[in-house]
Design a protein around this ligand. Structure first.
Ligand code: GUN
Ligand code: FE
Length: 491
């Protein structure tokens, strides 16, 4: 029998925030897998990486034989982490979830097949509306659980929506720092919620709240890092007035802050936008006309875009957050992601969209994105609608980094980037994956055999792995989660 031990030795009531802990100069040795370009997987074996006290990758030496050189390094540096089992384990960049509603976490799994606008009215607005000073304890419980759950699944950075409430949005940012996760805090802005008028704010309240949050988070980060940052979040066009949209565009420009919103998720929603904004050419133009489209804008869902909207989104260098699980769960549609990536050359990242989506794991979303693209291709009879494993893994990391404006800081293992990483373990007692000796690389394999075996292992990880294969999580060079002693044998 296996017993799961509590891996959160960290006590956030007593201990100082994880994000404030100093980072020892560290060495990591093993197999490093990442996706520097769309469609490309890079595998570096016997690779030694040095990470400095700022959490930044200092050097990368592939093909270093153990133990001679390592021994020398070991004595000079403070921390050393070597992958133990020869090729069962590898480092992969931390996942970047570019669209997740932290406040909706209790609703995970609820609301199957309810169309978006009804789903919002029936399930979502009432839950979000419960976040306020009086319900601080409940909010803290929900926000703590969602951060733990995403970290457990290897998400080192996420662009979150909270709710319209200022106090609990501040709390959420504090919790990110406590657990050491990199995150964008999107206090939701909405002043025109005719479907659920109890849950809205005035324009002045919305703008004051943002101003307050910007000031609050200004002094919160551990110098010189920026782990937590506000993101301007008009929920979506139907619940914002023209004036609020325009002002939010200004706040973003004046404070150099990114923007996130929803676009073109559901056909009923698109019709509503047409009715509410008849002067605008299309849904994307509504945002463009209010100065909300730029290289730091994340547009979630983007399922039913027209060609001219794709052109506009490309011209403005916005990113899309593809949310295949949510799009399937509430039956919104199949986004033609491969076309966005290769024909329109738009940056497309991945989002869990909790709780439209039920899966908090970006590994799960990688899998779903591939399966949904296969369904789309069977429908269109077009093979070029199919995403490859390489495409999807790129979307989960480097494309996410581009979406959040951090492509020179996170997303891959390169000198000068922050060490935001997960250690994947395909073996081990808790793994759901059965490995066979002949599938594992061994020392006599040549480079081609090695690469092809590791690629197969990557496929096994994506299609049959889960959070149990995510052994350690590092953010900015800090070990924020270590499950290596989590499983014990009893009996
Ligand atoms: N559109 C506007 N708000 C939401 C939301 O909370 N979830 C999803 N999936 N779409 C939205
Ligand atoms: Fe959403």
């Amino acid at each position: 029998m296996q017993l799961r031990k509590d891996k959160w030795s960290y006590d956030h009531e007593k201990d100082s925030p994880r994000a404030m802990e100093s980072i020892p100069y560290s060495l990591y040795y093993g197999t490093f897998v990442d996706t520097p370009e769309l469609g490309e997987i890079r595998i570096r074996t016997k690779c030694l990486i040095g990470v400095n006290q700022q959490g930044v990758i200092d050097f990368i030496h592939p093909d270093v034989e153990q133990p001679s050189v390592l021994e020398v390094f070991k004595h000079n540096y403070v921390h050393f982490d070597s992958v133990q089992s020869y090729f069962n384990q590898f480092f992969f960049p931390g996942f970047i979830d570019t669209h997740i509603h932290a406040s909706q976490y209790p609703n995970v799994g609820i609301g199957l097949n309810i169309p978006l606008l009804d789903w919002l009215k029936i399930y979502t607005f009432s839950l979000e509306n419960s976040f306020n000073k009086e319900n601080f304890k409940v909010a803290k419980d929900i926000y703590t659980k969602v951060i733990k759950k995403t970290l457990t699944n290897g998400t080192t950075c996420a662009s979150y929506f909270t709710t319209i409430d200022t106090d609990t949005s501040k709390l959420f940012g504090d919790l990110l720092l406590e657990f050491g996760q990199r995150g964008f805090v999107g206090k939701v802005c909405m002043n025109h919620n005719t479907d659920y008028p109890e849950y809205q704010e005035t324009e002045a309240e919305s703008l004051n709240s943002i101003k307050h949050l910007i000031e609050y988070f200004d002094g919160k980060n551990p110098e010189p890092e920026t782990l937590v940052k506000p993101i301007i979040t008009p929920r979506f066009a139907p619940v914002c007035t023209r004036s609020l949209l325009k002002k939010l565009g200004q706040v973003s420009t004046e404070n150099n802050l990114p923007i996130q919103t929803h676009i073109s998720e559901n056909k009923g929603e698109i019709q509503l936008v047409k009715k509410l904004f008849p002067e605008c050419q299309n849904y994307a133009s509504v945002y463009d006309d209010h100065n909300l489209l730029s290289s730091s804008t994340i547009l979630a869902h983007a399922i039913h875009l027209s060609d001219s909207e794709c052109k506009l989104i490309k011209k403005k260098s916005c990113s899309i957050s593809h949310c295949p699980t949510s799009n399937t769960f509430i039956a919104s549609g199949e986004a033609p992601v491969k076309q966005y990536l290769y024909k329109h050359k738009i940056n497309v990242s991945l989002g869990t969209d909790i709780s439209g989506g039920f899966d908090p794991s970006i590994l799960g979303i990688v899998r779903q994105s591939i399966l949904v693209s296969h369904h789309l291709s069977m429908k269109t009879n077009n093979n070029s609608d199919k995403l490859s494993l390489n495409d999807a893994l790129y979307m989960s990391t480097q494309a996410g980094a581009i979406a959040v404006g951090m492509e020179s800081e996170i997303g891959t293992f390169d000198i000068g980037k922050k060490f935001d990483s997960q250690l994947i373990d395909l073996g081990g007692m808790s793994s759901s994956i059965d490995l066979f000796d002949w599938q594992l690389p061994n020392k006599s394999d040549d480079q081609d055999e090695l690469q092809s075996k590791i690629l197969n292992l990557l496929n096994k990880w994506v299609f049959s792995g889960d959070d149990r294969n995510c052994l350690k999580v590092y953010v900015n060079g800090r070990l924020v989660l270590d499950k290596s002693n989590q499983w014990v044998l009893v009996n």
